[in-house]
Design a protein around this ligand. Structure first.
Ligand SMILES: [Zn+2]
Ligand SMILES: [Zn+2]
Ligand SMILES: [Zn+2]
Ligand SMILES: [Zn+2]
Ligand SMILES: [Zn+2]
Ligand SMILES: [Zn+2]
Ligand SMILES: [Zn+2]
Length: 1807
């Protein structure tokens, strides 16, 4: 079991890899019942029935059996074991594993039967098997006995809580001894570390809480709960138990543990150990299938279906069980029956790989194994009650058996570990953790046994194919991370050496020289290589804590271990050598990853070994010697074929040998050299080096040999950069990349530089440089002018290569002299090194915390040291609602910037250079980037500075400057010059520093002298060359730097002259007081030029911004939320401009007094053809791209069951609004014809594409989806643009008159319909019923002329049918009478949802909507008012009649819903919109439409008032107001009392009219607001000024806008006589009484807006919640991907086979299935383990979204990889909520998928 799981692996979801199908490996689950209920597989039934008869009546056994008596009998027996065995032999096979129960397998009945069977089995097992054992142990009633034990127990302070999968674990980054030390949540919250810098992870299961382990924590080892109370005594806990119990404990534990071990370790399929043979033996067998890591789920499922004839579902269940428990019986029956299944399975799986393991086992063997596991768990539980019993069990387990060494029961278990199945291993591992690891004394003994068997256990593990979590070897983390234990094992068991030797032995691929060779290794070997790496992890545990004290023994063993380690490194030294490929490309990329993996894994070990060495001088010196001799062994074969040569330059001569990187073998792997370099630095840090350097073991190897191999490696990198190794392919490029990468560089590149520094400091600098020149193959270029000339004439490639090489070489020299930030090389602290890294990272650009962490090397404790320095060098900028927090370098640190910082890549370097220059320009400074002052060198490296002034370097510098002056041909680059200038500047700084520090004449460093006097080239001294260059026009960029240098030279001269006069003011050129007027002028001019340049840049940027593609701008627009959009509305703005000042005229939007908008020509432009056109009824249709979706955002009842779409009746919307249809539009207008052409093109493209990439788009063309051609917004239909038809009605009948007319009209229509449908037959008998008199001018047979052109009619139909298709999920059917209803429905629902949105955001009702929504609502409303024109008149009439009867209940019309089941706003919208169809038949010429609308509004308002009063909760009666209330209050009371009269006691008595009125007012407000929006868009009425601003005082404005009295009750009061019968009829509907009495869902008003669920502030609370969440389908198993629905708060078991459900004929994961019930196909989830928000729409679409949780650095942690504490960011959560409320999820998904194509390929439906 891993300890808390610090190394999270594999199952973190990778993008693009959501459901890894072939993934059989499950995380080992620790706690498990030892159950194996079998599943009936149908087919032939078990032949062995006889047993069942006996066993079906265990009841009688229960009655006659006495556990107490049995225990007494056993105790009296001579041979206890024999007695117990006899009992087990008789009972175990009769209780456990009786095969499948007889009823059908998967049916519900079968399942229930199975459950009963399980319960029976469990009960029998408790009473017949466990109870006697407990009685035997306790000699009393077990429950009482155990309680007694626990009471007397003095528990150890160890917490030992074993982690569940996914449980949060905490580690303190300040106090934990190592990162594997973790706390459980409980302990953490009660600990001091809560206030520290802690890390949070989720456990992979297994491992336990380290609270109470003093060694695990530097501080605060105990939480409040586990603080030891009475100086915990070292007393033996066994002594606290009664002696007889101790004796009984020994014997019982011995018998049971031995029994369990015998059964689990014997590999018998038939035979039981002696004494356990069953009394009678039937022919009953199990066919047992075992898990392996080779076969996939699919293979297993397929095979099982074939072999045992089961359904797919059963097969999945078998496979899941096999994966989880490691084995599962798949068939029960006689031997032949089982054997047959076995052979089918073996045959089917043996083709490509070794077959699945299957055994046919006798049922009694299985039963005993099953009991053995239960017995182990039982012991594990018992010892929890008493530390004494725990110790007894430990003793029993570790006692050697008769066979002596390694024969204890625990040894036997361990050594058989790899042979056991997963479930058995888990259970005994758990027992080990509960017993041995919790007892400090026996933990040690166990650790020794473990270490003794180490090699064998590891070897078994290599052969075993199970994951490491389920291997006993994974216990190493529990043992080796305890520092005292690790030390003890190292000394006594030579653990370090054992681990390393075992590791080396398992890596057998070597070449002739004994080096590792990984090329051509097989998959099998690769697998083994993967497993063997876990040994490095063990080694790391052993070394993770440095010893504070050394004993001689420890020194000895450590150095022995080091020997072994050096042997390992020697096998790596020089591995994977490369040879430059010339002519042809390499044919095959050589394998390189294995070697680098090894290097990477060992990096921390190498660092740790150096740390160990650093703590003891003796060890350090011995280690250095050993390393040196290992290196000389490696060098033995070195000079083979390398002839000695002699080189001369600038008057110096050196001997070396001929070797060329470009021709000979070279290797990147030089771990021995690098370890030596590391040790060398450590030596330099010791006191010895400064006191008695001659005592150091230096100089046994010649410096030229020391530098040789690292130099070759660095030259290789340079040559690769220069493009000389192109033909060697990518593998080499990758290797070079990793060589410099932060993961490897500490023990690769960095150490190579150090080795060069060490070598150079021990050599004549001229010799060193000549060897460098020679290895770079540049010697000749600098040697003679002649070669130089020839080289310039050579081909261009060669010239370029050499240029790059010269640049690289100069850079290398800069690094060798200048890199002094390693403690030991320079006089610095480790702190300085980290600070410098950060400064240089931030010099590139401001960075987030995580980026910085990634850029810094981590040590073994996963620390970078970042926290210690970051606040000194950087300031933190908090993030906004998007983005993340950034660190910015404080300006005072800019002077520490070094352009040639050794960890910069070339790209980093140029970015940093640009950023720094820009910064200086902004500040008006010159742009010279001189090197910063370096720290002083340590004595051992002191002579490095001589490199700077040596002859060879001067000659190189001179040569480059000379070329720059000549500036002809291609043999020179500015980069070269820049590097040389940098070197010159470094030399000058060195000289200045020495002068300042020494203040006397014996400063030997005299660079200024050398560059002034000496003349290395015909053109004069270096200084003279520089002065020439200063005037060169082509070198503008470097001018500032040259000026800096020349000034510096002058300063130094002054200093040298002034040395006598002791004034030692540090002079810094360019910034000193001596800045002349000329300089200032120049600066001023420069500043002006700079300003002009900035202005130009700004203008350019503006222009390019404008030119940027429209899409980009718009994408931004969509991401902005409502509030960020300025309040730009077309309608409101336009009308106020027409002069009708809304302030002076009372605006009314409905009824006879409504103010219409003047005739208004609407001109629009088609985005596709750019043609302008007016919107008119008879012109070509114009359309808006739109997206229609089902919505549950407003739902007040998520459990509402959606009826069968065929039978769904949408005419009346239930007030729970459980499912609506929402329409949105991006507002982009096209010609219908243009859109059709566009859509056809999209379709065609998709069809062509489908053969190869089926459905790889973010939109589903087959479902009519497309992207808006302008903004790429997801759309699935278009809304036609219709003109506003302003027809003011002339007549204004009263309500009564209008009602009469309407009733007459309805009656006429009724009879006409009846006639139509009955045909002539009915006409024959015109019974007494008189033809109703039609009102004047009302002509039933009239067919109104459509006001629209055919193309507009077509578009009206298109949109209507889309709402129908989406709303009902049916195939389009224009004839369906429900088509117009759905069009009205989406109009009403969209208005309602926008009203809610405005309310929630506290926006004014009018004027705050963004254009696109305003346009959408306006066209949607106009469309809805016209959609009846394309439907059959009769259909619309029928709808109107039904709607009307809801207001005027008519006993003749059936199916009228009761008033409580109707959403009044929907009713209003539908009836207003359908009324036009009735009105259209009126040919009298006196339109009454306006009055009709107003009357309808009044009626519905009254109905709504009644509805609100009926449902108002009036429980809280606050202070009764006796005083007469306002008129409103009195009228409200009156109405309420009327209702009580009709309904009686169903309604509670309410005395407070004030309260009622308040309820009513609040309840009806949303309705009024929605109605105002509706009529505003319907009649194009400008809104009153009061409603254009947010704030109070809207009630009056709203009422008057709607032509309602502000005392709403007057509407009722004024028409009292007319309305009274209506109210009576509403109340009499049986549904009302029924609902009020609790027979239905009561929706109360105002309906509260839905919000996303509350999330906890601290993320770990969520993790904890999720960790206790179990999969609802697989009986208490932990869910692997617990996912939280943010809408309703359900936790789901996502991304797993177990919880797949069939939705519309397809298996989908839990999330997708949930969206269909909770969100009508749209869902928002939080994947708790990943800390990631998931958006899902439908089955195929989804995307991830940043979670609303941030760490202290303002960053999210998607995947929970960093483990910083996370806290809820309310603003971000509100932003997600707003997206949801705005119905924007689908759109966000669409944009995300367009932006990132890999999202399209994910199988979202499996989540
Ligand atoms: Zn704990
Ligand atoms: Zn604790
Ligand atoms: Zn702490
Ligand atoms: Zn067009
Ligand atoms: Zn658009
Ligand atoms: Zn939900
Ligand atoms: Zn599940």
């Amino acid at each position: 079991m891993r300890k808390g799981d610090v190394t999270r692996k594999g199952d973190v979801m990778r993008k693009g890899d959501v459901m890894r199908k072939g993934d059989v490996t499950g995380k080992g689950d620790v706690t498990r019942k030892g159950d194996m209920p079998s599943i009936q597989e149908g087919g032939k039934m078990a032949a062995a029935e006889p047993d069942t008869d006996q066993l079906s009546s265990p009841g009688s056994e229960f009655l006659n059996f006495s556990a107490k008596d049995t225990a007494s009998r056993w105790l009296a027996a001579a041979d206890l074991q024999q007695e117990v065995y006899r009992h087990l032999a008789a009972y175990v096979p009769r209780i456990l594993c009786l095969g499948p129960s007889s009823s059908g397998g998967s049916s519900r009945e079968g399942q229930r039967e199975e459950q009963r069977e399980e319960q029976r089995e469990e009960l029998a097992y408790q009473l017949l098997l466990l109870a006697p054992l407990e009685w035997l142990l306790l000699r009393e009633e077990p429950a009482a006995g155990l309680a007694q034990l626990q009471e007397n127990n003095r528990p150890s302070p160890l917490c030992g809580h074993v982690f569940k999968v996914g449980e949060p674990t905490y580690s303190c980054r300040e106090c934990a001894a190592d990162p594997t030390c973790v706390l459980c949540m409980q302990c953490f919250l009660g600990s001091v570390h809560k206030e520290h810098r802690y890390r949070m992870t989720t456990s992979g299961g297994g491992g336990f809480c380290d609270c109470g382990d003093a060694e695990a924590w530097k501080r605060g080892p105990y939480c409040q709960k586990h603080t030891p109370t009475d100086r915990h005594t070292e007393e033996d806990p066994v002594a606290q138990l009664p002696a007889d119990m101790v004796a009984r404990g020994y014997s019982i534990f011995s018998i049971i543990l031995k029994y369990a071990v015998d059964l689990l370790t014997c590999d018998q399929e038939e035979q039981l150990p002696a004494g356990l043979e069953p009394p009678e033996r039937g022919d009953t067998y199990y066919c047992m299938l075992f898990n392996d890591e080779v076969h996939t789920y699919e293979q297993v499922i397929y095979t099982l279906q074939k072999a045992v004839n089961c359904s797919q579902k059963e097969a999945v269940s078998f496979a899941t069980m096999v994966d989880r428990d490691g084995r599962k019986s798949v068939r029960y029956g006689d031997f032949q029956f089982c054997d047959q299944a076995k052979s089918v399975i073996v045959r089917n799986t043996s083709r490509q790989s070794k077959p699945l393991r299957v055994q046919v086992m006798h049922s009694s063997v299985v039963a005993h194994q099953c009991f053995a596991l239960k017995a182990l768990s039982w012991m594990g539980q018992i010892i929890q009650y008493s530390d004494g019993l725990r110790r007894i069990l430990c003793q029993v387990g570790l006692q050697n058996g008769p066979e002596g060494e390694n024969s204890s029961l625990v040894d036997r278990l361990m050594l058989n570990d790899s042979k056991m199945w997963k479930g058995a291993r888990n259970i005994y591992h758990q027992l080990l953790m509960n017993s041995l690891l919790m007892d400090l004394k026996y933990k040690k003994i166990f650790a020794i046994q473990f270490a003794k068997n180490y090699r064998r256990l590891q070897t078994d593990f290599m052969e075993d194919d199970h994951e490491r979590v389920v291997s006993v070897t994974s216990l190493s983390v529990q043992l080796f991370t305890v520092p005292t234990m690790a030390r003890m094992l190292m000394v006594e068991q030579n653990l370090m050496t054992t681990i390393i030797r075992t590791f080396v032995d398992h890596l057998r691929h070597r070449d002739l020289q004994g080096r590792f060779q990984f090329d051509r290794y097989t998959a099998q070997q690769a697998f083994k290589f993967g497993r063997v790496q876990s040994l490095i992890g063990d080694l790391k545990y052993v070394l993770i804590t440095r010893p504070s004290e050394w004993t001689n023994q420890l020194r000895l063993k450590f150095l022995e271990g080091l020997d072994a380690f050096l042997d390992l490194l020697k096998c790596m030294q020089g591995m994977d050598p490369v040879v430059r490929q010339v002519g042809q490309h390499i044919e095959m990329e050589p394998e390189w990853e294995a070697a680098f993996t090894l290097q990477m894994k060992l990096t921390h070990i190498i660092s740790m070994i150096q740390e160990w060495c650093s703590t003891d001088e003796h060890v350090l010196i011995d280690a250095y010697r050993k390393c040196l001799s290992a290196l000389s062994q490696c060098h033995c074969g070195l000079p083979d074929g390398e002839q000695p040569i002699s080189l001369s330059l600038a008057g110096h001569t050196v001997d070396t040998f001929r070797y060329q990187v470009s021709q000979d073998k070279v290797s990147i792997h030089l771990p021995v050299c690098r370890l030596l370099a590391g040790l060398h630095v450590l030596l330099s840090r010791t006191e010895l080096s400064s006191r008695v350097p001659e005592q150091l073991p230096l100089g046994e190897l010649s410096p030229p040999l020391l530098i040789e191999l690292p130099l070759r490696c660095l030259v290789l990198c340079a040559q690769v950069h220069a493009g000389m190794w192109r033909r060697n392919g990518f593998s080499l490029i990758n290797q070079i990349y990793y060589y410099h990468n932060v993961k490897c560089r500490v023990e690769m590149f960095d150490k190579d530089i150090i080795m060069l520094q060490a070598g150079a400091s021990m050599m004549d600098p001229n010799h060193f440089l000549m060897i460098v020149l020679s290895r770079f193959e540049l010697f000749n270029i600098f040697n003679s002018a002649d070669v130089r000339k020839r080289y310039r004439e050579a081909n261009k490639d060669v010239v370029q290569q050499n240029n790059t090489l010269i640049e690289e070489m100069l850079h290398l020299i800069i690094m060798v002299v200048g890199e002094r930030y390693v403690a030991g090389v320079g006089q610095v602290e480790p702190f300085d090194e980290v600070r410098r890294e950060i400064i240089h990272q931030l010099s590139i650009r401001p960075m987030a915390h995580s980026e910085l962490v990634k850029a810094l090397p981590e040590n073994g404790n996963k620390e970078t040291g970042l926290e210690g320095v970051i606040d000194i060098v950087a300031s933190f900028k908090k993030p906004g609602v998007t983005g993340r927090g950034l660190y910015e370098l404080r300006p005072e640190w800019n002077k520490n910037f070094n352009l040639y910082f050794h960890h910069y890549s070339r790209a980093d370097q140029s970015k940093a250079e640009e950023a720094q220059r820009k910064l200086r320009r902004q500040k008006g400074e010159d742009t010279a980037l001189p090197p910063p002052l370096p720290p002083p060198l340590c004595p051992l490296f002191g002579s490095l500075v001589n490199l700077l002034q040596c002859d060879v370097l001067l000659s190189v510098e001179g040569a480059v400057l000379q070329w720059a002056v000549e500036s002809s041909g291609g043999g020179w680059t500015e980069s070269m010059l820049q590097r040389v200038l940098h070197l010159v500047a470094m030399s000058l700084l060195e000289e200045q520093q020495q002068l300042e520090n020494n203040r006397d004449d014996d400063v030997t460093f005299n660079y200024t002298y050398k560059i002034t006097r000496e003349a290395p080239s015909p053109s004069g001294s270096v200084l003279a060359l520089l002065e020439t260059l200063q005037k060169a026009p082509q070198l503008e960029v470097h001018k500032d730097m040259i000026t800096w240098i020349i000034k510096m030279v002058a300063n130094i001269k002054t200093m040298r002259e002034q040395t006598a006069s002791t004034s030692t003011v540090s002079v810094c050129p360019g910034h000193g007081a001596e800045e002349t007027v000329r300089d200032r002028d120049k600066a001023e001019r420069k500043r002006k030029a700079e300003m002009a340049r900035l202005r130009r840049e700004k203008i350019m940027a503006q222009m390019s911004e404008m030119q940027k593609h429209f899409i980009n701008e718009n994408k931004e627009l969509f991401q902005q939320s409502l509030e960020e959009l300025e309040a730009s509305t077309s309608a409101a703005a336009e009308t106020s401009a027409t002069g009708l000042g809304p302030t002076c005229v009372t605006q009314v939007c409905v009824g006879p007094r409504r103010v219409g908008r003047a005739e208004h020509r609407q001109l629009v432009t088609c985005i596709l053809c750019q043609e302008e056109q007016e919107v008119r009824g008879h012109s070509r249709a114009m359309v808006l791209a739109a997206f229609v979706q089902r919505s549950t955002v407003l739902s007040k009842n998520r459990r509402h069951i959606v009826p069968d779409p065929e039978r769904q009746e949408p005419l009346f919307m239930h007030p729970d609004l459980s499912l609506g249809i929402h329409t949105a539009s991006c507002g982009h207008i096209m010609h219908a014809i243009c859109w059709q052409r566009y859509f056809e093109a999209v379709q065609l493209k998709e069809q062509r594409r489908q053969q190869r990439l089926r459905g790889h788009t973010s939109y589903d063309v087959e479902n009519g989806e497309f992207l808006c051609p302008l903004c790429e917004c997801l759309s699935n239909t278009v809304i036609p643009l219709l003109p506003h038809s302003p027809d003011h009605s002339v007549n204004h009948p009263t309500l009564e008159a209008w009602l009469n007319t309407t009733n007459q009209q309805i009656a006429t229509l009724h009879s006409a319909h009846r006639k139509q449908s009955d045909g002539t037959a009915e006409e024959a008998e015109p019974a007494g019923e008189a033809e109703p008199a039609a009102p004047e001018g009302f002509r039933v047979d009239f067919t109104p002329q459509s006001p629209f052109s055919s193309s507009i009619r077509e578009m009206i139909t298109t949109f209507s049918v889309s709402t129908y298709k989406v709303g009902l999920k049916l195939n389009p059917n224009e004839q369906d009478p429900r088509v117009p209803v759905l069009s009205w429905s989406t109009c009403a629902y969209t208005i309602q949802s926008i009203e809610r949105l405005l309310m929630e955001e506290e926006k004014p009702l009018f004027g705050s909507l963004p254009c696109r929504q305003d346009d959408c609502l306006s066209s949607l409303t106009r469309f809805s008012s016209a959609c009846w024109t394309v439907a059959p008149l009769k259909t619309v009439h029928t709808h109107f009649i039904r709607l009307f009867t809801a207001l005027f209940p008519d006993s003749q019309v059936e199916n009228t819903p009761c008033i409580l089941d109707t959403d009044m706003f929907h009713l209003l919208v539908y009836s207003v919109l359908s009324y036009s169809s009735v009105q259209s038949l009126d040919q009298s010429g006196c339109s009454v439409v306006d009055s009709a609308h107003l009357h309808l509004l009044h009626l519905v308002t009254v109905a709504h008032l009644v509805q609100i009063l009926l449902t108002s909760t009036t429980e809280e009666v606050c202070m009764d107001q006796d005083s007469e209330g306002s008129e409103e209050e009195i009228l409200t009371c009156q109405l309420y009392n009327t209702l009580r009269k009709h309904l009686g006691s169903v309604l509670p008595q309410v005395s407070s009219g004030w309260q009622l009125w308040r309820c009513v007012k609040a309840g009806i407000l949303p309705f009024l607001r929605a109605a105002a929006l509706f009529f505003h868009y319907l009649n194009s009425t400008a809104p009153p000024a009061d409603l254009l601003v947010a704030g109070p005082g809207h009630w009056e404005a709203l009422c008057s806008f709607l032509s309602l009295p502000s005392n709403l009750l007057q509407v009722h009061q004024n028409q009292h006589t007319l309305l009274e019968p209506l109210i009576y009829r509403w109340c009499c509907h049986p549904g009302v009484r029924q609902t009020l009495q609790g027979g239905g869902v009561i929706v109360r008003f105002p309906r509260e807006s839905n919000r996303l669920i509350e999330l906890p502030e601290d993320y770990s609370v969520l993790i904890n919640q999720a960790s206790s969440f179990t999969c609802p389908r697989s009986g208490g198993d932990k869910s692997r991907a617990p996912t939280l629905c943010l809408v309703c708060g359900s936790m789901l078991c996502s991304q797993s086979y177990c919880c797949q459900t069939e939705v519309e004929g397809e298996d989908v994961g839990a999330c997708t299935a949930h969206t269909f019930t909770c969100g009508a196909g749209v869902g928002l989830f939080l994947r708790v383990r990943e800390s990631q928000v998931l958006f899902v729409a439908g089955k195929t679409k989804g995307s991830f979204y940043p979670p609303p949780y941030l760490d202290d650095y303002g960053e999210t942690d998607q995947g929970l990889k960093r483990g910083n504490p996370l806290h809820l960011c309310q603003e971000r959560y509100r932003k997600i909520e707003r997206l949801w409320r705005q119905h924007g999820i689908a759109e966000v998904i669409g944009h995300a998928q367009e932006a990132n194509q890999t999202l399209v390929a994910i199988d979202w439906q499996h989540l």
